[in-house]
Write a protein that binds this ligand. Structure first.
Ligand code: HAM
Length: 414
């Protein structure tokens, strides 16, 4: 195929049976969120670009990974790189601040980031996320973290180890930022190119560097700068998570790549993915909705989870195949077989048929590749007694029965 016709770099076609597995994971995610009281919210996959600029101009996904275009009406639009800003926009625009708080929302869908394609880093990925609005209390942070953990467990992964940190608030973070800058400036010559530019744009992200590890390890720890409120919030959050049976470690270098966070940030990785690729991540972002014309104080906390990454670490990537049924015909009975197939589908059975008017032998060969039960329609039994032959390919058994006995027979098989 010519290159210009191929799918864009960093995207994928998800074929069966993986597509069915993804669909099953989607249902597990939304069911788990529903159990915790979260309502499903669907926002457009594109927004006016200004919505995402609020995520932070020094954030990679805003600065140089945006899929942005101007439509024929001259409106500046961006394919959503993440869900949080879109949900914040919807929260404000739909007056959810006036509803009883907290408001619990979840979402599921594609996100677009023009990242350098590499293993498990796609230009279109699927996120399940949850956002809780209206509470400043550590119980809110704890609830979304517990929901994220319960979701990955319901999908079949072992209990995750939660990496947690607090990046402080507007009271204590400026002091920490100043100390960090002073420290890093004293090592400026030794820094990698990325860190040199982070010194100017987003000093906290210096701690994210995977290259200058020695310098990072000796950097001031934000814990020593937390104000009394931030320290208490963190301690209460850890206590709630531990009392709920979760294992938590503090990661002093966890700062996350988005600019909107305040206080709590968290991530979980999976041993097989290494530290670079998190399964889910999130945190508290008390100021974001306000920048989108929301009320003065709009506390919020949430997470996003990469479904392709979840799938990649699941041992069981395929669904147990459905017990499919093939309705075959003896030449001359195509229409009877077709109508019986439709009747069985309406009764709820998964049915395959031929549609090519092949010989019975060719149909049976086809059936052996996709089904384990074959119903043969036609011949003398059909003409005289309306009887069909049912072959169980797995058991290598065959029986003849009146067509009206088929449904109860197939029901007791499944
Ligand atoms: P994020 O860490 O950028 O956070 O993305 C959340 C999750 O999406 C990641 O942990 C990862 O599993 C998955 N992910 C991100 N980028 C890619 C990619 N290029 N390919 C595959 N998977 C990817 C956010 O997006 C925040 N909105 C999370 C949040 C919600 N914070 C508060 N509320």
């Amino acid at each position: 195929m010519r290159q210009e016709l191929q799918r864009p770099r960093g995207t994928q076609d998800i074929l069966a049976p993986i597509s069915s597995r993804m669909e099953q994971l989607r249902r597990i995610a939304i069911d788990t969120a529903t159990r915790y009281g979260y309502d499903l919210l669907e926002t457009p996959i594109f927004e006016q670009s200004a919505v995402f600029l609020r995520v932070g101009e020094s954030t990679d996904i805003v600065q140089h990974e945006r899929y942005t275009f101007t439509d024929v009406g001259g409106v500046d639009l961006t394919l959503r790189p993440e869900g949080t800003a879109a949900v914040a926009r919807a929260y404000v625009e739909n007056g959810m601040a006036n509803k009883p708080q907290p408001v619990r929302l979840c979402y599921y869908g594609p996100m677009f980031r023009r990242e350098k394609p590499e293993a498990l880093r796609y230009r279109q990925h699927t996120q399940f996320g949850a956002e809780l609005y209206g509470s400043t209390q550590p119980e809110a942070d704890a609830e979304v973290i517990l929901l994220a953990c319960a979701t990955v467990e319901a999908m079949g992964l072992p209990a995750p180890l939660v990496r947690l940190n607090s990046i402080g608030c507007s009271v204590c973070r400026p002091q920490y930022r100043a100390s960090l800058l002073e420290y890093y400036h004293s090592h400026e010559e030794e820094l990698c190119a990325d860190c040199q530019s982070r010194l100017e744009t987003n000093p906290l992200r210096l701690l994210d560097c995977k290259v200058d590890i020695d310098i990072r390890d000796r950097a001031p720890d934000i814990k020593d700068y937390w104000c009394a409120d931030c320290a208490a919030h963190y301690a209460e959050l850890v206590a709630l998570l531990e009392a709920s049976g979760r294992t938590v470690v503090r990661d002093p270098f966890l700062v996350r790549g988005l600019d909107y966070y305040t206080r709590t940030v968290f991530e979980i990785a999976h041993p097989s993915l290494g530290n670079r690729a998190a399964l889910f991540g999130g945190g508290r972002y008390d100021g974001l909705a306000t920048t989108l014309d929301g009320p003065e104080t709009t506390p919020a906390v949430g997470f996003g989870m990469g479904m392709e990454r979840i799938l990649s670490v699941l041992e069981d990537k395929n669904l147990t195949p459905e017990r499919r049924i093939y309705v075959a015909h003896i030449p001359g009975s195509e229409a009877d077989a077709f109508v019986l197939a439709e009747h069985l589908r309406q009764e709820g059975f998964p049915i395959d048929t031929d549609l090519l008017r092949r010989s019975l032998k060719a149909q049976l060969r086809d059936a052996s590749k996709r089904s384990n039960i074959v119903i043969i329609v036609g011949g003398d039994e059909w003409a005289q007694f309306k009887q069909v032959t049912v072959k169980d390919l797995a058991q290598n058994e065959q029986r003849t029965m009146p067509v009206e006995d088929l449904v109860p027979y197939l029901q007791q098989l499944s």
